[in-house]
Design a protein around this ligand. Sequence first.
Ligand SMILES: [Zn+2]
Length: 376
Amino acid sequence: MINKKSHGKSFHTTHCTDLDPLLSLCHHHKFKLLKEGVDSYNHKSTSSHPPIHPYLSLPPSLTSHLNTYPLKTVYSDKHKLEHSSFVACCQSLMMYSIFSPRCSTGPEKWYHANKDCEGRAQSPINIVHRKTLPDERLTPFQFRKYQDSFSGLIKNNGHSLQVNVPHQPYVIGGDLETPYKVVQFHLHWGKNGGPGSEHTIDGEQYPMELHIVHMNQEYSTLEDALKDPRGVAVLGFFYEESLSANRKYDPVVRALQRIMTTGANTTLISVSLEQLIPPQQNLTNYYRYKGSLTTPGCTESVIWTVFEKPIPLSRDQLRVFSDLQFKDGKPMVGTFRPVQPLNGRVVYRSGGAGVLASTVILMASVTMAMGLSQPN
Ligand SMILES: [Zn+2]
């Protein structure tokens, strides 16, 4: 019943926003579909398709089927009601297991949702500084049009807050072979300002992490860029708790009050990316490795840059992110994926020969200044 209906098309969950319609559908039909679907499946289960239990993980054969089943068919074709309710049930199961904080199968089980999530180059990772290798090609970034103000949609998408950025700002340098333009940014956080970053440095987890998602300028959609192993570049910034409030974050913090519930959105007016990140001169130290999206489908097309210098926010500012709500009304907290195995990957760090070069320049200018100051 299962395999012959697969059309061989790919069901790519390339970005979590793609899952929103599915999430609402699952939310509405969850219990009905769960029972109907699981009963129906278990009734016909065979040794190759062993019975499943609601809220438990799905067998791999079923997962791979779901990954190739065209999603639209599932919901549009009434003749496949039994099958579609079954698939919907499984989807809702997966989504439930992925996004519900009450469920025992958290992000560590995401490979059930998409086989890419069990790949060998997953993100985030713990960065062990003494094991990183200096790389002189990791020059400082140039942040172009980061200072331009824009108005963008800020949305509670059910698992984070995301801001879509018009595609004008871009970065060059940092050993990226072409300019990479900004697509969106979003955040990962903990509970009430507690540990919440995705990447960790020497095991230390920061309270929050900003991801500015860029794509290679030759692409016009993130979906296309994700098909290229070097299509996407994410700049990651940590946050640290500061004594005073960071006034540059006032527009974001104010907007949060209007997007408490899942699906809510508002316009973030007149912000620049520059105001959200540390000053450029503090961004020369960073780590680089090849990894993945940290949400399903966990696509391994991301050139990761994780900056050393954190963004300061006060305790109150950090706390307010925990006021957002998941779809089920529970506080949106702990929105980070646990660190993933390195599997032999090397993490590089900037400031290899660059430090030496700038020291030489500094010495040269000191010598020159001294030379100039000497009377002839
Ligand atoms: Zn992220």
